[in-house]
Design a protein around this ligand. Structure first.
Ligand SMILES: C[S@@+](CC[C@H](N)C(=O)[O-])C[C@H]1O[C@@H](n2cnc3c(N)ncnc32)[C@H](O)[C@@H]1O
Length: 231
């Protein structure tokens, strides 16, 4: 039945007690796992249609890609990349026929763990970056699978721009904000989100189930308090 989805259930009732220790560890130790050839080719393909000038938007974990399409329509002068690891989700029917899909976007199948690092290492910088309703991994033992506690997190922040994470699990967003804070020396806010026109199918489903949605938005290109204090 539609609109009966549940808020993630977890024995974890607040910020994970190991979060800060883990984030600080990732800040000190560079993640060096080699990237696969498959993801290297996917990264190259994602920029093949880019003119090298248009500001970039990444919809990370775009699922069926409705948000990617909506972002491409909202920002017609940007190049919008929707990345997901699931071919099944990417290939699902879109709300418009192919001929009506915006031309300033592309869907790419890739593992974000490699994709984010390849983008960062290529020196690419984003104007906007969306992580919309990531898998919450609510079990206490799954902390390291949440993006903000994953070794790839420093690379996500290096891509710059306006980074937005949304979730229906308040603890995920609070942890995300805290992790950004540890890495950048700022104190990002997080807040409930009204979604009168849902950006993604998950957002619609959670909203229609009467759940509160949350988001954290950070402007990564603004000088952080740490940088400001440096001579
Ligand atoms: C809960 S769904 C949300 C999808 C979409 N953003 C939405 O709100 O409707 C999370 C998505 O992240 C994708 N995902 C999870 N881990 C990933 C990874 N390592 N690389 C690429 N995509 C990933 C999944 O395939 C899934 O489509």
């Amino acid at each position: 039945m539609y609109a009966n989805s549940r808020i993630p259930e977890s024995a974890q009732q607040g910020v994970h007690e190991n979060l800060l220790e883990r984030v600080e560890k990732h800040l000190r130790n560079e993640f060096r796992k080699p990237c696969t050839d498959y993801n290297k080719a996917a990264f190259a393909a994602s920029l093949a249609g880019w003119n090298g000038q248009a500001p970039l938007i990444l919809d990370a974990g775009c699922g069926v890609g409705h948000s990617t399409i909506q972002l491409a329509r909202t920002f017609p002068d940007h190049w919008v990349i929707g990345v997901d690891q699931s071919e099944d989700r990417l290939s699902r029917k879109k709300p418009y026929p192919d001929a009506l899909l915006p031309k300033n976007m592309i869907f790419i199948r890739a593992d974000l763990v490699d994709y984010w690092r390849l983008m960062s290492e290529a020196g690419v910088r984003l104007a906007r970056h969306y992580i919309l309703y990531p898998n919450p991994w609510p079990k206490i033992g799954h902390l390291a699978r949440r993006w903000h506690a994953h070794p790839v997190f420093p690379f996500i922040l290096r891509l710059g721009g306006r980074l937005e994470c949304r979730s229906n699990w308040n603890i995920y967003v609070e942890e995300f904000a805290l992790a950004v804070g540890v890495m950048t020396g700022t104190v990002p806010a997080w807040e409930p989100l009204e979604a009168p026109s849902p950006l993604t199918p998950f957002e619609r489903k959670y909203r229609d189930s009467g759940q509160t949605l949350y988001r954290c938005v950070v402007e990564l290109d603004r000088p952080t308090t740490l940088e400001k204090n440096q001579p």
